[in-house]
Design a protein. Structure first.
Length: 261
C-alpha cells in the first residue's frame, strides 16, 4: 500500500505467513508488520549491491549457552571512501520451536561478506554469512543519523527451521559526523523468537572523514555504568566524613566521672 502525503511516500507491509519446504519438513516463516518512510526527493543510492541469499553448504552450529562474540569490522564504500563503518560483535539468538529453548550463534567476521549501498539520505549495510544475513538500514536528517530498519535471517536445515525477522525502529541516533559507541550488550528484537545481541559496538554512517570514526557518542548504558560507581564512591566518602566528625565531637565531651554526695 503506497500513500503519498506531503512529498513523502509511506510504504506499509501487512503481516503475512509464508510456508516453504526445507529438508523434507514444512517450515513456517512469520514476517512482522513493517513501515518504512523515506523522502521522495532524496538522491538515489549509489554503489548498490544486493546481499545474495546464503547457501547452506556449511551447517550453522548453534550453542545452548551464550559465549563472547568476536568483534568484526565491516564497511560499505562509495568509491574509496567509507559511507558506513561498523565495528561490533554480533550474536543471533533464536528460540527453538520444538524445545522452546534459546540457542545462540556467534557471527564469525572471517566468514562474513559485506555489501550495501551508499545514498544521500539512506545507506544500507548487508552482512552475509553461512545460512543467513543481517541488514542495517540507516536514515539521515539534517542533524542526526540512525538505524531505522533491521532485518535478519538464519536457516538451520538440521532443525528444518528458517528464522526471519524485520523491525522498524529508531536506534542509535547520533549527530552527523560523530560515531555511536556502546561497549555494553544490547539486545534487539526482530521477531518474537528471533533476537540480535550486539556488543563492543562502534558505528557511523554518512559524513565519514578519512575512513575513520568521528567523535564517539557514548550510549546511555555505558554512561550509567561509569557514573554509578562514582556516585557510590562519593556517598561512601561522605559517610566516612560524617562518622569521623561524629567521633571527634564525642571525644571532646568532658568526662565528669562520679560526683561525691
Amino acid at each position: 500500500l503506497l500513500i503519498l502525503a506531503g512529498g513523502h511516500v509511506t510504504s506499509q507491509t501487512t503481516a503475512k505467513t509464508i510456508t516453504m519446504e526445507l529438508t523434507n519438513r514444512t517450515t513456517t516463516l512469520h514476517t512482522a508488520n513493517t513501515r518504512a518512510l523515506r523522502n521522495a526527493t532524496s538522491a538515489p543510492a549509489r554503489n548498490k549491491t544486493t546481499a545474495p541469499w546464503p547457501t547452506a553448504s556449511i551447517q550453522p552450529t548453534l550453542s545452548p549457552k551464550p559465549t563472547p562474540a568476536a568483534t568484526g569490522v565491516y564497511s560499505v564504500k562509495n568509491g574509496s571512501a567509507d559511507c558506513i563503518k561498523a565495528s561490533l560483535g554480533l550474536t543471533i539468538i533464536v528460540q527453538n520451536s520444538k524445545t522452546k529453548k534459546y540457542e545462540y550463534l556467534n557471527i564469525d567476521p572471517n566468514a562474513t561478506q559485506t555489501s550495501g549501498s551508499c545514498g544521500t539520505w539512506q545507506s544500507t549495510l548487508n552482512m552475509t554469512f553461512h545460512s543467513g544475513f543481517i541488514r542495517f538500514t540507516f536514515g539521515k536528517t539534517a542533524d542526526v543519523y540512525y538505524i531505522y530498519v533491521i532485518e535478519a535471517s538464519l536457516r538451520v536445515p538440521s532443525e528444518g527451521s528458517l528464522y526471519y525477522g524485520i523491525e522498524t525502529v529508531r536506534l542509535f541516533s547520533t549527530p552527523i559526523g560523530s560515531s555511536f559507541k556502546c561497549l555494553s550488550k544490547q539486545t534487539i528484537n526482530v521477531d518474537s523468537n528471533f533476537q540480535l545481541l550486539a556488543v563492543n559496538t562502534q558505528l557511523q554512517a554518512f559524513d565519514i572523514v578519512g575512513n575513520q570514526f568521528g567523535k564517539a557518542e557514548e550510549c546511555a548504558v555505558d554512561r550509567h555504568k561509569r557514573v554509578i560507581p562514582v556516585l557510590v564512591g562519593l556517598s561512601l566518602a561522605g559517610l566516612v566524613v560524617i562518622v569521623a566528625f561524629t567521633c571527634v565531637i564525642c571525644s571532646r565531651k568532658p568526662n565528669r566521672g562520679y560526683e561525691h554526695i
